[in-house]
Design a binder for this molecule. Structure first.
Ligand code: 5CA
Ligand code: ZN
Length: 412
């Protein structure tokens, strides 16, 4: 699939800091330890509706990971998928009497525009589930042949399921107990009550064709892929086992990331799938998680149409820590707009206090599990001093502007 245009990233003089990031599987903030190339897979959208601020917040968090790695001189191999065939997309197309392919294309195109407007660095590979079906079929056939997957006991629809214990590491991403897994499995696209499964938590790998649903001919029989195996196969084929960061929102911890890892580990016999599992908190509105199903959405495209500055959106979302569940509101946006105006004013001045200390603090805070609230305060301190007329360093305004651009992605 086509990605979106990349913003340029200035080089920042001085000493970069290696990135430390929270890892869901160990519960610790640990250093990321990429080689010359840093490898990251971030789960992409299911394109049945426009990009809302929750999606944006999650992609912005991983944009910061990318930027801190670039600052550390790593080449970054970033891969993202598009879940361009799955139940929610098909259901929406039926509801709206829309063609599901056209719906997916339209919403993916809008997502690309939103990401470009937000200055999010694009993935190097941007791959849809549909275009990955041959590789997915191959993986499912291997799991079946190895006895790690099975056909549901249902002659009419012998769908293929993954034996959740097949990898020997099931539970190592989320560390959830079985009742918690059961609850999330049911809430997040699983089918615990499907007759013919060996265990309620076993996950769908291949859904055999049903009337009125798209399906593809394959050695497994006509059908379409399950959700988790899509991300396992795309990540595995593009990055291989043991890549640096698997990312997404916290609603993907279980079942999605648990099963993506378990499928890949069962396929390869290797562990771990990813060295870090990083999860962004949920953005809410009016006290509830922003979600398509609840309909309490603020769309990025709507804000663009209203001429809201996308850099204020970045600052608003960065005013809270990426791992915290947090609320969006008109007040968050207004504060961010005020802050953006002050920052622009300050970098437009002829001089200010020396930038070295500010840039060092910016790097320190971001390297510490992307502590954006502190990072923004470090810039605020320099901005306040500059606007008060302190300092006479003629190079400082440009240096701060470039550091804010490179490390926070905020163009002033
Ligand atoms: N296509 C799958 C991943 S393979 C999917 O979850 N798509 S999605 O469109 O539902 O979500 C895209 C990304 O946005 C996911 O990482 C998800 O965790 C994140 N996300 C969804 N809602 C919110 C929210 N309210 N706040 C923060 N992130 C969110
Ligand atoms: Zn995914």
């Amino acid at each position: 699939m086509q990605t979106w245009p990349s913003p340029s990233v200035p080089r920042v003089p001085g000493t970069p800091r290696p990135l430390r990031l929270h890892d869901t599987s160990t519960g610790e903030i640990r250093p990321t330890t990429p080689g010359a190339t840093a490898n990251m897979y971030v789960c992409g959208i299911t394109p049945y509706d426009a990009t809302h601020l929750g999606h944006a917040a999650t992609y912005l968090a991983f944009d910061l990971v990318y930027r801190q790695w670039l600052d550390n001189d790593h080449d970054v191999h970033y891969v993202q998928n598009v879940t361009d065939v799955d139940d929610p997309l098909l259901e929406r197309a039926v509801r709206d009497q829309d063609d599901w392919v056209v719906l997916a294309m339209r919403e993916t195109a809008l997502f690309r525009e939103d990401m470009a407007a937000l200055r999010v660095l694009p993935p190097r590979e941007y791959l849809g589930a549909v275009e990955s079906i041959p590789e997915i079929v191959e993986a499912v056939a291997k799991l079946l042949a190895d006895g790690l997957a099975y056909r549901a006991d249902d002659p009419e629809h012998p769908d293929i399921y993954f034996d959740r214990l097949a990898s020997g590491h099931f539970g190592s991403v989320s560390n959830y107990d079985e009742p918690t897994m059961g609850r999330y499995f049911a809430e997040r696209g699983g089918d615990p009550d499907r007759p013919g499964k060996r265990h309620p938590l076993d996950a769908l790998l291949w859904r055999t064709a049903r009337p009125g649903e798209p399906s593809w001919e394959s050695e497994l029989g006509p059908g379409r892929p399950g959700w988790h195996v899509e991300c396992s196969v795309i990540a595995l084929n593009q990055l291989g086992m043991g890549f640096d960061v698997q990312g997404g929102g916290s609603d993907l911890i279980f079942p999605h990331h648990e099963f993506s890892a378990a499928h890949a580990e069962a396929l390869t016999g290797q562990h771990p799938f990813a060295r870090h599992y990083a999860h962004a908190g949920m953005i809410g509105l009016d006290g509830e998680k922003m979600s398509k199903s609840r309909g309490n959405l603020v769309f990025v495209s709507r804000l663009r149409a209203d001429k809201v500055d996308m850099m204020a959106l970045r600052l608003g979302l960065f005013s809270g820590h990426y791992r915290e569940d947090r609320a969006w509101s008109a007040e968050v946006l207004a504060d961010a707009q005020t802050r953006l105006g002050r920052w622009r004013d300050a970098v437009g001045r002829d001089s200010g206090p020396d930038a070295d200390d500010t840039i060092a603090r910016l790097r320190d805070h971001l390297a510490n599990d992307l502590d954006t609230p502190q990072a923004l305060r470090a810039v605020d301190a320099w901005v306040n001093a500059t606007l008060a007329g302190d300092g006479s360093d003629l190079s400082a305004p440009l240096r701060v502007r470039e550091a804010v651009d490179a490390l926070l992605g905020v163009e002033l």
